[in-house]
Design a protein around this ligand. Structure first.
Ligand SMILES: [Zn+2]
Length: 344
């Protein structure tokens, strides 16, 4: 399998200091990919900058100017938890552009699938504001680009990040051509992502939220992806799958309360990859969103790439939860999701 990796030192220029979303996350991941030898087997995809026109497919001009001016003035806090540095605007342009490079590579057949190892992340960024560590909504911009530049009609966005991707959902809430599927801890930041948020107008039914109670682990996640994502994807028939890979459902993550392991991440991406093989010639572009425990992020990214490569051995040195708790029951919420989306 030819698997592309979008990576570049420019992503370290978004300098957030000791913020949980800091450049050490990428340093840890690339170091592990290099020492394990996996880096040498990936096809390197150098990113480009997103253009103003491409940004405007998702964001307001005033929002773009605000991010630019914060960086030009030396940085600052864009909201209570989102910070910009002098290099952030440039890094953010390359982050969104990195996904576009990944879309090109996957859809031109240069690679079978790809991982865009970028930051700042994007799924909380809305039409007119930065929030939740996100400046521009990379994956939403990539979905529009795939439609407009490659003539793709239907795109499935899968968001396993532990937080609900409110910005991505909002970008396509009334759009039947992009199906947004999210699993997330609930209630939790940013507060959105209830079962009854299912889209509006022509987009009714193409937003699928699976809000999960804190404490879910590998088997609950596997159940959701097999029993909810799979039938939703088969019904929608996507021509491309984009993945907002957040590694913050990991049990060791310091800002969330799920119990997923690195092996659990491998199971989730395996299910997504098999759906892509069945529905859209294996065309998957994964991008990094959250995940704040450096080891969990690094091994989670490596496991994702191993699955995409077809490597059967998954390295999970962190293992299962150190202090395992009984997972809460999820049958009730899954029944509500099935009912809301008429799944058999
Ligand atoms: Zn997150």
């Amino acid at each position: 399998m030819k698997v592309g990796l979008v990576h570049d030192p420019v992503y370290l220029e978004h300098d957030t200091g000791s913020h949980p979303e800091n450049k050490q996350r990428l340093v840890a991941a690339t170091t592990l990919l290099e020492t394990s030898g996996l880096m040498g087997r990936l096809i390197s995809l150098p990113p480009r900058m997103v253009t103003a026109e491409e940004l405007l497919t998702i964001h307001a001009q005033e929002h773009i100017e605000q991010v630019e001016s914060y960086s030009q003035r030396g940085g600052g806090w864009l909201d209570g938890d989102t910070v910009a540095s002098p290099g952030s605007y440039k890094a953010a342009l390359y982050a969104a552009g990195g996904l576009l490079r990944g879309v090109d590579a996957v859809l031109n057949g240069e690679v079978n699938s790809a991982f865009a190892l970028v930051r700042p992340p994007g799924h909380h960024a809305t039409h007119n504001r930065a929030m939740g560590f996100c400046l521009f909504n990379n994956i939403a911009i990539a979905a529009r680009y795939a439609q407009q530049q490659h003539g793709i009609e239907r795109i499935l966005i899968v968001d396993p990040d532990v937080h609900h991707g409110n910005g991505t959902q909002g970008s396509f809430y009334d759009d039947p051509t992009v199906l947004y599927f999210s699993t997330h801890q609930y209630p939790f930041y940013p507060g959105t992502g209830a079962v009854d948020e299912t889209g509006s107008g022509a987009g009714l039914g193409t937003t699928v939220n699976v809000p999960l109670p804190a404490g879910c682990g590998d088997s609950e996640y596997r159940q959701v992806y097999e029993e909810i994502l799979a039938p939703v994807a088969r019904r929608f028939q996507p021509q491309l799958i984009l993945v907002s890979a957040g590694y913050d459902p990991h049990w060791a993550d310091q800002i969330a309360m799920m119990q997923v392991s690195v092996s659990g991440f491998a199971d989730i991406i395996t299910i997504i990859k098999e759906l892509a093989n069945e529905l859209c010639d294996g065309r998957v572009l994964v991008t990094l969103e959250g995940g704040y425990n450096l080891e969990a992020v690094a091994y989670g990214i490596k496991a994702t790439l191993d699955v995409l490569m077809g490597n059967s051995k998954i390295e999970d040195p962190l293992g299962g939860p150190r202090y395992s708790r009984q997972a809460p029951p999820v049958d009730t919420v899954l029944d509500r999701v099935r009912k809301a989306h008429q799944l058999g």
